[in-house]
Design a protein around this ligand. Structure first.
Ligand code: GDP
Length: 480
């Protein structure tokens, strides 16, 4: 399991994270659930009792409605028969929100989280509908005594979902009349290319109508949580669940995403090899995007300038005190680099090996994997990516790449405001290599930018005080 340095053990009795986690799980089936606390810094973000009770209530609902239950069988039967909701009858006890995978693992973790919050707010049951390679042996079940995996064979909606899907919210609203109220299921297209008709999802009147639709299927490559904070009917409940709005992903992410035993094995082995003996742990996540080109040398220079200027890592060149005495250095810093490429960690490693760290500190640099390219729906790649996100979340300081959802997940699970490597400017590193993020919350990259009352375009970053444009991606918005 990898040695756990005593200095990092916060309060071993707090394995339920202050009530965030249910005690009703078998520890062995998912080793990470109650043990990640031993590796992470204590959360500095208060958890509201209201969120805890909402989670326990949700767990009961999920148990009642999950695959394998009579309520689920009935709901599925009605969906297969395409029966419209009965307007005069009481709403059925179980209605569903089905997640569909899109984009990389970071995007997926964020869209599942946003979907879960929507499910919490609307008393729906969240189910994941992916292929085996998307979902098998990646996460543990988050809800006690049941599953959140929609059995592949069960679900009659098999078409590829896109902005053109006939059953999308946008298309259905376009048909007018009572098309929406009569729909046995609807597709919510919350992908970055969505247009105004699908953006109406974030409007109160549309939300009122959606309540009657028993099955909502959604696809998103986005952290649309800030959009939920724009919907008046959810305002009060959200304020009670999250009196501090800046830790929504932090809490929900730590609640939902427990790596499977296979992934946890990787995490603890990496931790044992790289982090366990260090006095201070630094995680650096380096991502290159086609739309923000920068040369390797330029990017390496940016990383180095960032970590040395912000005193995350020491300068080089002064003699190492322990080099002559052979004693223990005053401080051992371990750096884990997560990246598809190994150039940056290799250069950093050479730098500290060849020149030593100023002040006699010892700096060691590691990189668990360098896979070269990104593959979607590849089980092993997802497992490695998750292991690295979780490992980074054990760091004391994190440096991330702007706009990367991989970085957002790591910083959110860690509960740390990251140092963000700012976007290159015409292929060059910007003068300010990195900035401390104003919040640990992820950025919602493509907000609706729509004013539901005035029925016109509007800037989502200017509607309410606690939703502002993101520093790392100004088109996006985030909770502060
Ligand atoms: P984003 O594209 O940076 O927003 O992050 P995503 O996680 O959504 O997509 C990138 C995908 O590329 C990941 O899910 C991984 O599959 C892969 N990837 C990117 N960076 C890394 C890395 O540092 N380590 C590993 N193991 N995989 C990575």
């Amino acid at each position: 399991q990898g040695a756990v340095p005593l200095a990092t053990v916060p309060n071993p009795s707090d394995r339920l994270l202050g009530g965030l986690l249910s005690p009703d799980f078998d520890d062995r089936a998912c080793l990470s659930r109650y043990r990640a606390v031993l590796y992470r810094r204590v959360s500095r973000h208060a958890l509201s009792p209201h969120l805890v009770s909402a989670l326990r209530r949700y767990e009961s609902l999920h148990r009642l409605c999950a695959p394998g239950t009579p309520a689920y069988a009935r709901a599925l039967q009605r969906l297969r028969a395409s029966s419209p909701p009965n307007a005069s009858a009481d709403p059925p006890p179980c209605s569903y929100l089905v997640w569909t995978p899109d984009a990389g693992l970071g995007n997926r973790i964020l869209s599942i989280t946003a979907g879960f919050l929507y499910a919490l707010l609307t008393d729906r049951v969240l189910l994941l509908n992916g292929s085996r390679d998307d979902l098998d042996d990646l996460f543990c079940e988050p809800f006690p005594g049941s599953t959140w995996i929609l059995p592949e064979m069960d679900f009659p909606v098999r078409d590829k979902l896109s902005i053109d899907t006939v059953q999308s919210l946008g298309s259905t609203l376009g048909r007018g009349g009572d098309a929406l109220a009569a729909a046995p299921w609807l597709y919510l297209h919350l992908v970055h290319n969505y247009k105004t008709p699908d953006r109406l999802f974030f409007c109160d009147d549309v939300q009122a109508e959606l309540r009657r639709v028993p099955w909502l299927v959604f696809q998103a490559d986005n952290y649309f949580v800030p959009g939920l904070f724009l919907i008046p009917r959810h305002e009060r409940e959200l304020a009670r669940m999250f009196p501090r709005r800046d830790a929504v992903f932090h809490h929900l992410g730590r609640y939902l995403f427990h790596p499977s035993n296979t992934v946890w094995g990787m995490v603890t082995r990496y931790h044992g090899a790289f982090f366990a003996d260090a006095d201070e742990r630094v995680g650096i996540q380096v991502r290159k995007f086609k739309w923000a080109p920068i040369s390797d040398d330029e990017l390496y220079g940016q990383i180095l300038k960032c970590v040395q200027r912000e005193n995350i890592l020491p300068g080089v060149g002064a003699p190492r005190a322990n080099a002559t005495t052979g004693g223990r250095p005053p401080k051992r810093k371990a750096v884990v680099v997560a990246s598809l490429y190994n150039e940056y960690s290799e250069k950093l490693k050479d730098l500290y090996h060849e020149h030593g760290a100023a002040g006699g500190e010892a700096v060691s640099v590691f990189q668990p994997t360098h896979l070269g390219a990104q593959h979607f729906s590849d089980r092993q790649q997802n497992q490695k990516a998750l292991a690295e996100m979780v490992l980074l979340s054990f760091a004391d300081v994190v440096v991330t790449t702007s706009v990367s959802t991989f970085g957002y997940v790591s910083q959110g699970l860690a509960g740390l405001r990251p140092w963000v490597l700012m976007r290159p400017d015409h292929g060059k590193a910007p003068d300010t290599p990195c900035r401390l993020a104003p919040t640990i919350e992820p950025c919602f990259h493509t907000p609706p930018n729509y004013d539901c009352r005035a029925k016109t375009r509007a800037d989502t970053g200017r509607i309410v005080q606690h939703i502002r444009h993101c520093e790392d991606f100004p088109q996006g918005v985030q909770l502060l």
